[in-house]
Design a protein around this ligand. Structure first.
Ligand code: CTP
Ligand code: MG
Length: 556
């Protein structure tokens, strides 16, 4: 019998494992680890946001002479960066060196007359470039190089995985192929910046910031773009103007609650996007959700966008995930493979429902890595002990304080391989007592479940909330069954791995790829290998042996 019920030892106190010893000079003792200072989340956001404000999006003719295009645009000022991409037409993202270039370009641009239709004039940073003489241009130059914004096809992924040298290699391939590219990240910040221009029609000092997987280091190509409309800077009390006995206030409209205010603001922004926003289509106002939002498609970038406001917790959790994703190279590689695995087996879905979400899966990966011995990731409570005065953050009475400075956290001494971690992840959650325990990354240990929801993952900041409240018992059971099966398949890999040059599915390729490829290859494997019959029988026997355990742990 394989040791399916193995438990991990309790990590005990982890504080000393992660605290860096400050040196008198302010530098730290780092041993052989990477000494490059890591940027904070807000430094990255600020830099990218500023870059996006100097950037424009241009719909181009399909055949374009790149050199002449850049020369034409540089009459408005120096260009720092540019790239092209295809999305039902050719688009160019052009980053100028100075903001003034945008004014100059806008001043030299006209609003088209639309024949029978009428144009709504809006000076955005989204342009249409036309050729005065199309035939002249097409014959001149080969097509421009177009940057890819999509994840790899199943076929390509299948090949890459089959030819990999090890399971560790396969996990790294998945990460490399699915993670957001530099260009895709730029396009995400640019899209937020373009939406900010539209929202600024109502709220001139507003900010639209990306959050969620677009910025938390766990984004996969093709993931949605979560945006946060930040109105906090508007009308902030400036102390130097409060001298004397007078205090000036804005006259405002009052509504019964914060929630109603949020709904009204989003409703108006939804109308602006729908009626004024170039390229914003399919605008839906989902105002009765727990967290009201406006959903729309930004056609030119191809992003499905969710715009919320009054959602500071989500920004904070994006920062926390950014820290976890940046601390150790294994975190993202493991999270990506688990997310791909869940998608391939329909455990997650793009349609809202009783499925586990990617955010919940990422939290489970973080928790699992906090439970290793020695731990790979520190607990949130420990990150709080590293915070200084400027990190202090209280949102609606909840303490959301933790250090923003990655350089204060000592890397883990754990050297486990990705292959081992992947297998152990499946084993760990294949045997987790979901019926009585809650997953808690604040404390890094299991807690008693406060309610009867099948899967309980405590929201690290609003601790009374469960981030996986939507998950049904049957979806959880499916997750548990698949986790056990996958742990088993990975254990067999040591015995069954084909030679690296054979184009045969093995390791991740054997259970990761979506239905068609997966089914045929697994079927083939079964015909070829008599061992698979043995595995199947063993699986059945393990399932029946552990039914007792399931019944008691899952409370069915
Ligand atoms: N969020 C949260 N609590 C939830 C759901 C979401 O705090 N119950 C926050 C998280 O910060 C999450 C963000 O909202 O990252 C965006 O949610 P979502 O789009 O569902 O998840 P992503 O992490 O962006 O993952 P995906 O790639 O699937 O979009
Ligand atoms: Mg998202």
């Amino acid at each position: 019998q394989r040791p399916i019920l193995r438990r991990f030892s309790c990590p005990g106190t982890v504080a000393e494992d992660f605290r860096r010893e400050e040196q008198p000079s302010g530098s730290v003792e780092t041993g052989s680890e990477d000494k490059t200072p890591k940027k904070t989340f807000s430094e990255v956001q600020k830099e990218r946001r500023e870059q996006a404000q100097r950037t424009v999006l241009i719909h181009c003719p399909n055949k374009i002479n790149e050199k002449k295009f850049l020369k034409y645009l540089s009459q408005h000022g120096p260009i720092n960066n540019h790239f092209f991409y295809d999305s039902f037409g050719l688009y160019a993202v052009v980053e100028f060196g100075q903001k003034e270039s945008i004014d100059s370009l806008q001043n030299g641009t006209h609003t088209p007359s639309m024949g029978m239709e009428a144009a709504i004039p809006f000076r955005s940073r989204f342009f249409n470039l036309k050729l005065k003489s199309p035939s002249h241009q097409t014959s001149e130059q080969p097509c421009v190089r177009s940057s890819n914004q999509l994840p790899p096809s199943s076929k390509k992924l299948f090949e890459l995985l089959c030819y990999a040298e090890s399971i560790d290699d396969q996990l790294n391939i998945l990460l490399r192929e699915f993670q957001l590219t530099e260009e895709n990240t730029k396009l995400r910040y640019l899209t937020c910046s373009l939406v900010e221009d539209i929202a600024a029609a109502c709220f001139p000092d507003c900010t639209v910031r990306p959050f969620g997987s677009s910025v938390n280091t766990f984004g996969k190509l093709g993931c949605d773009l979560d945006m946060f409309l930040d109105l906090d800077e508007i009308g902030k009390l400036s102390t130097h103007k409060t001298l004397g006995n007078f205090l000036m206030e804005f006259q405002v409209k009052n509504v019964p609650s914060e929630r109603v205010a949020t709904q009204k603001i989003l409703s108006v922004i939804g109308e602006c996007l729908d009626h004024l926003g170039p390229g914003c289509v399919g605008v839906q106002k989902i105002l009765n959700a727990r967290c009201p939002l406006v959903r729309f498609s930004h056609q030119a970038s191809g992003f499905q966008c969710d715009l919320t406001t009054n959602n500071r917790f989500a920004l904070k959790s994006s920062e926390l995930l950014y820290i976890y994703g940046t601390l150790d190279f294994r975190v993202r590689a493991l999270a990506f493979s688990i997310r791909c695995w869940a998608r391939a087996h329909s455990l997650t879905s793009s349609i809202p429902g009783a499925w586990i979400t990617n955010f919940a899966l990422t939290t489970m990966v973080i928790f699992f890595l906090q439970r290793r011995s020695p731990p790979i990731l520190p607990t949130l409570d420990f990150l709080k002990t590293l915070a200084d005065a400027e990190d202090k953050c209280i949102i609606e009475g909840n303490n959301c304080t933790f250090t923003h400075d990655l350089n204060r956290i000592k890397p883990s001494g754990n050297t486990e391989t990705l292959e081992l971690l992947l297998r152990e992840f499946f084993e760990y959650f294949g045997n987790f007592a979901f019926n009585k325990n809650s997953i808690n990354i604040r404390q890094g240990r299991e807690q008693n479940k406060p309610d009867s929801s099948p899967l309980h993952i405590q929201n690290p900041f609003e601790t009374s909330l469960n981030i996986s409240k939507n998950v049904s018992q049957s979806q959880l059971q499916k997750f548990v069954d698949l986790a056990r099966e996958s742990a088993w398949i990975l254990q067999q890999e040591d015995v069954d791995r084909p030679s690296p040059s054979s184009n045969q599915p093995w390791g991740l390729a054997a259970f990761l790829l979506p239905s068609v490829v997966n089914k045929t290859s697994l079927a083939k494997k079964k015909v070829k290998k008599p061992a698979s019959e043995r595995i199947k029988n063993l699986l059945e026997s393990i399932k029946s042996n552990t039914t007792e355990n399931c019944t008691s742990t899952n409370g069915k």
